[in-house]
Design a protein around this ligand. Structure first.
Ligand code: NAD
Length: 284
C-alpha cells in the first residue's frame, strides 16, 4: 500500500515545515491544530516561507500555489481518518503525545502508520497508547525542515520491518537523507548536541564571555553555521528544556541537567526566536 495522504498533527515550527515539504512533493497533506487561531498561524507560516522563496527566486509562483493547494487544515482529529501516514509534531511531552496517539488509533484506518517527530521521547512509550505498536515509528526531521537534509528514523524493536521500509522509502522520496537510530533517548543528534548546548548556557551563567562572543567563538572556531545560543533561540528554549529534562530523567547524568538560567528564561516566556526574545531579541 503506497503512502498518498499524510496527516500532520501540530502546525508549529516543525509541523508547518513538515507539511510544507510533503506538499511541495505533490502529496495531499491535512494539518490538525488545537484551535482555528493556531491553525491560521501555522498555515500563514507556510505561506510566508514559500513567499520568501518566491521573492528570492528559489520557488516559482506556480509551485507555491500548487503546494498551498495540497494542504488543508482542521481542528478535528477525525478528519485524518483516511491518511496513510500521520506525523505528530506537538509539544515535547509524553502524556500529550500518548493522548494524541490513542485518539488517532481510534479514528485512522488500521493499516496507517503513526509516527512522531519527537526529539527525545521514547517511541515505544508513545506507541504503548495504541493497539498498533508495530505500525508506530519515529520520524525526526531537523529544523528548518525545508532546508535541512537529515531525517532520523527511530526504529523501536516493536516496529515491523514493513513499517520501517515504507516510512524510510517515503521520507527518501522527499529528497531527504535518512539515518536509522535505536529507540534510545535523544537518538543520535540530540544525544550529542544537548550536552554542548547545556555547556553554552552554563558559560553564560558563569560570565565566561558575552552571548555574542560565545556564539562567534563556536561559529568561527568550529565552522558550524551558527553559535550554540543562536541555535537555542532557533530551536526554541522551551523545546530544548523538555529534551534536557527527558535525557536527564533517563540517564541521570549531570551533562544533561538543564542549567537554572535556561529554566528561568523559559519560565519568563523567553522561548527564543518564535517568542521574539531569547538570548537575542527579534522583530516578530
Ligand atoms: P511548537 O511549540 O513550535 O509547536 C507545537 C504545536 O503543536 C503548537 O502550535 C501547538 O498548538 C500544537 N499542539 C499542541 N497540542 C496539540 C494537539 N493535541 N493537536 C494538534 N496540535 C497540537 O513546537 P515544535 O518546535 O514545532 O516541536 C514539535 C515537536 O517537534 C516536538 O516533539 C519537538 O521536540 C520536535 N522537534 C523540534 C525541533 C525544533 O528545532 N524545534 C526539531 C526536531 C524535532
Amino acid at each position: 500500500m503506497s503512502i498518498k495522504k499524510i496527516g500532520v498533527i501540530g502546525c508549529g515550527l516543525m509541523g508547518s515545515g513538515i507539511a510544507q515539504v510533503i506538499a511541495q512533493k505533490g502529496f495531499q497533506v491535512i494539518v490538525r491544530e488545537v484551535s482555528e487561531d493556531f491553525l491560521e498561524k501555522g498555515l500563514d507560516r507556510i505561506q510566508g516561507f514559500l513567499a520568501a522563496g518566491v521573492k528570492r527566486g528559489k520557488v516559482s509562483q506556480e509551485e507555491m500555489d500548487t503546494t498551498l493547494g495540497n494542504i488543508s487544515g482542521t481542528t478535528l482529529i477525525k478528519d485524518l481518518a483516511d491518511c496513510d501516514l500521520v506525523i505528530e509534531a506537538i509539544v515535547e511531552n509524553l502524556e500529550a503525545k500518548k493522548a494524541v496517539f490513542a485518539e488517532l488509533d481510534k479514528v485512522v484506518k488500521p493499516e496507517a502508520i503513526l509516527s512522531s517527530n519527537t526529539s527525545s521521547i521514547s517511541i515505544t512509550a508513545i506507541a504503548s497508547a495504541t493497539g498498533r505498536p508495530d505500525k508506530c515509528i519515529g520520524i525526526h526531521f531537523m529544523q528548518p525542515v525545508p532546508i535541512m537534509k537529515l531525517v532520523e528514523i527511530v526504529r523501536p524493536e516493536i516496529t515491523s520491518e514493513e513499517t520501517y521500509n515504507r516510512s524510510r522509502a517515503f521520507i527518501e522520496s522527499l529528497s531527504k537523507v535518512t539515518v536509522t537510530a535505536k529507540d534510545t533517548p535523544g537518538f543520535i543528534v540530540n544525544l550529542l548536541l544537548v550536552p554542548y548546548l547545556c555547556e553554552a548556557v552554563r558559560a553564560v551563567e558563569q560570565g565566561l564571555a558575552t552571548v555574542e562572543d560565545i556564539d562567534t567563538a563556536m561559529k568561527l572556531g568550529t565552522g558550524v553555521p551558527m553559535g550554540p545560543l543562536t541555535l537555542l533561540d532557533f530551536v526554541g528554549l522551551d523545546t530544548t528544556l523538555y529534551i534536557m529534562d527527558v535525557l536527564f530523567d533517563q540517564f541521570h547524568d549531570p551533562k544533561y541537567a538543564a542549567p537554572p538560567l535556561l529554566r528561568r528564561m523559559v519560565a519568563a516566556g523567553m522561548y527564543g526566536k518564535k517568542a521574539g526574545k531569547g538570548f537575542y531579541t527579534y522583530n516578530k
